[in-house]
Design a binder for this molecule. Structure first.
Ligand code: GTP
Ligand code: MG
Length: 452
């Protein structure tokens, strides 16, 4: 049945890709373009996310997006910093994001984190488009600020066009090697089976209208039923980060993908030792740019509705895990909600063996991705947890009899200073990296060298 248009939630768009390929610049450009269109006030900066309402998308995309053709409220973009694995963005065993933009530098092409992101998109079945970024760096490029692709393409020299084409076809080829049928977006008829490649420049704004149009089209066509939710229902979200905040202690940066969360709500959050039951003391959002200098950094909200990014302050959050579920209890039995959170946490439980390496990861999602990669490489795991490397981990690794198991594999984690000392003393090797396949490779090399 057709839902009341007012009840559709904003689709969540993850922006991901290799370090420095231009994810943040792309979002900055979208925000900046809104300012120049006189729509600055319409864009809201959330915790870890940027909300762009439909009218603003439409005015930035010009003829490519007619607001009347859409009934989704806009787009909520989540930036994923290069060191922060996209795998954090999980929800209910799938992807938190409804759609994604995979940003690829046209000159650099595919890089390790591009491949990693593709793996996750494939595994979670997340529809995505590729933004082939930095087209303005093509030698001889003649920039047409904020113009649609076709327009800027037509005003380039044959030589520049040819160079760009070469780079674009290289990317299309790499996508095809990875098992995705892809083409320049205007040649794609069916976005469900084919990946559209949109040439853009986060610097000059060229191609941004096209990117917005493709994203709106994708969400509208394939996502609509998933956007029909009970916006007033108890909130459901995913923890992006656990952060200490002056005056609040440990807080959660959360992306809310369902329902509402209100100050005073009782919530259940996934923690290192199991579900944490606590009560929301404050809901916080960054202040608009103009207010930042004079006021406190955050604005307090009474209530927040999906989809949003919000900082949640509550007691007892120290052990909460990035990537873990957050659930509002409101109107339901606490035991049932605890059960839901436990069920989600157990989805990610890793198969462990009697003998193997110790794994530490920054988030639940990256732990899951590590476990998958290690299983494929046939590397057994003794223990796997979210968190920094602590003396306890070194102690566990040091019990191994084989040198190749006296190892801790860390994904994007810190090493506590007393753990550092223990590593030396206990002769335990630590490999720490922010690219999973690199970690596996480093470890395999270490094992090979030992066998020589
Ligand atoms: P991480 O968050 O570190 O993973 O990087 P990122 O993907 O967010 O890249 P970011 O937006 O920080 O851009 C990296 C560099 O590329 C910056 O120096 C940008 O100015 C530059 N850059 C990004 N987009 C473009 C573009 O379209 N054209 C040009 N010429 N430079 C760009
Ligand atoms: Mg960035």
């Amino acid at each position: 049945a057709d839902a009341d248009p007012g009840s559709l939630r904003t689709p969540i768009v993850a922006v991901l890709g290799h370090v420095d390929h231009g994810k943040t610049s792309l979002l900055d450009k979208i925000r900046g373009s809104a300012v120049s269109e006189g729509e600055a006030g319409a864009i809201t900066q959330h915790i870890g996310a940027t909300a762009v309402p439909l009218d603003t998308v439409s005015s930035m995309a010009g003829d490519l997006v007619m607001a009347d053709d859409f009934d989704l409220p806009g787009l909520l973009f989540i930036d994923t910093p290069g060191h922060h694995s996209f795998s954090t963005l999980r929800a209910r065993g799938g992807a938190l994001a409804d759609i994604a933009v995979l940003v690829v530098d046209v000159n650099d092409g595919f890089q390790p984190q591009t491949e990693e992101a593709l793996d996750i998109l494939q595994r979670t079945g997340t529809p995505f488009v590729v933004a082939a970024n930095k087209i303005d760096t093509t030698p001889g490029w003649n920039p047409q600020p904020d113009a649609p692709v076709q327009e800027t393409y037509d005003s380039q020299s044959d030589r520049a066009r040819q160079m760009l084409d070469e780079n674009l076809y290289e990317i299309i080829g790499q996508l095809s090697d990875a098992g995705f049928s892809a083409d320049l977006y205007w040649r794609v008829q069916n976005f469900q089976g084919n990946i559209g490649v949109v040439p853009v420049s986060a610097m000059t704004g060229e191609g941004i209208p096209d990117l917005l149009a493709v994203l709106m089209g994708l969400s509208q066509r394939y996502m609509k039923t998933e956007m029909e939710i009970d916006l007033g229902g108890p909130g459901k979200g995913t923890v992006l980060e656990v952060k200490d905040e002056k005056g609040f202690g440990a807080t959660l940066d959360v992306v809310l993908y369902d329902g509402t969360v209100t100050e005073g709500d009782r919530i259940v959050v996934g923690g290192v030792e199991g579900p944490i039951v606590t009560e929301v003391r404050a809901l916080l959002r960054p202040r608009a740019l103009s207010e930042i200098r004079t006021e406190a950094e955050f604005e307090r909200l009474d209530s927040v509705q999906a989809a949003s990014g919000v900082k949640l302050a509550a007691p007892d959050l120290d052990d909460a895990m990035a990537g873990a579920p957050v659930r509002v209890v409101r109107g339901r039995h606490l035991e049932d909600v605890i059960g839901e959170v436990e069920a989600e946490l157990s989805e990610i439980e890793v198969d462990t063996q009697e003998q193997g390496v110790v794994v530490k990861a920054d988030t639940l999602g990256s732990l899951e991705a590590m476990a998958n990669a290690l299983r494929e490489a046939e590397i057994p795991i003794l223990r796997a947890e979210v968190g920094d490397v602590a003396p306890r981990d070194v102690a566990v690794a040091s019990t191994a009899t084989e040198a190749e198991n006296r190892v801790i594999l860390g994904f994007n984690v810190d090493v506590l200073s007393d753990a550092e000392r223990e590593l030396d003393r206990q002769d335990v090797r630590l490999f720490n990296h922010d690219v999973i396949y690199q970690l596996v490779e480093d470890y395999e090399e270490f094992v090979e060298e030992r066998q020589r």
